[in-house]
Write a protein that binds this ligand. Structure first.
Ligand code: ADP
Ligand code: AMP
Length: 207
């Protein structure tokens, strides 16, 4: 099964994908994680996109599409995948149509105040990408990753100015995909406001 997770930043796409990939036995491919990995390891791609990610703008379509195309060409995608954070523009969605067949697009719906609360409290482990929240999903020891013992970080794009920009970018460039996929009969709306296990169950029911 090939899924796209669509929704504003902070809606819980990465959190639910981490749970769903084990339940469904499919891959979790996050373009944000792929970019952050490139930044952490200092590849030419990472150097190119570092400032873009920090500002909350989108990486140019050509760069993003090439990266996803390369990832989806690998054999392991035959078992199915969740695309988390891609596509984010109509041009990316058109490109995806040429790469793979998508079975369902899960549209995570969440109000703006909750989005801001989730993003401003998000913390992550830089090396593994594991996601926490200071209130909703705290680590066992404050500020420390449960498994690696590393100090958790706040993403540069989870600072207040970048959050505001990212929500505007979402409305302008990504929200039109809701109508795009609705017209194709692929859109499945889910209420993303409950606890993660409830959101997961709601999604599995819809599938
Ligand atoms: P996205 O991938 O859509 O940007 P994340 O999965 O990173 O969103 O979640 C954003 C923040 O909200 C994280 O700090 C995460 O721990 C928290 N979070 C995610 N899902 C829920 C939920 N259902 N209830 C409460 N907090 C959540
Ligand atoms: P995310 O982890 O999904 O919140 O993505 C973090 C950042 O990575 C975004 O704010 C963009 O700068 C960049 N990014 C991730 N996915 C895409 C995409 N599909 N198109 C363009 N930029 C992206």
């Amino acid at each position: 099964m090939n899924l796209v997770f669509l929704g504003p930043p902070g809606a819980g796409k990465g959190t639910i994908a981490t749970l769903a990939k084990d339940r469904l036995g499919i891959l979790h491919i996050s373009t944000g994680d792929l970019f952050r990995e490139a930044i952490n390891t200092g590849t030419p791609l990472g150097i190119k996109v570092k400032a873009i990610l920090a500002s909350g703008e989108l990486v140019p379509d050509s760069v993003t599409i090439d990266m996803v195309n390369e990832r989806l060409e690998k054999k392991d995608t035959a078992k199915g995948f969740i695309l988390d954070g891609f596509p984010r523009t109509i041009a990316q969605a058109d490109a995806l149509n040429e790469m793979k067949t998508i079975d369902h697009v899960i549209n995570f719906e969440l109000d703006r105040d909750t989005i801001v609360l989730r993003l401003s409290g998000r913390r992550m482990c830089k090396s593994t990408g594991r996601i926490y929240h200071v209130m909703y999903n705290p680590p066992k020891v404050e500020g420390i990753d449960d498994e690696t013992g590393e100090t958790l970080i706040q993403r540069p794009d989870d600072k207040e100015e970048a959050i505001v920009n990212r929500l505007a970018v979402y409305e302008r460039q990504t929200a039109p995909l809701i109508q795009y996929y609705r017209e194709k009969g692929l859109l499945r709306d889910i209420d993303a406001a409950g606890a993660p296990d409830r959101v997961l169950e709601a999604m599995l029911k819809v599938l």
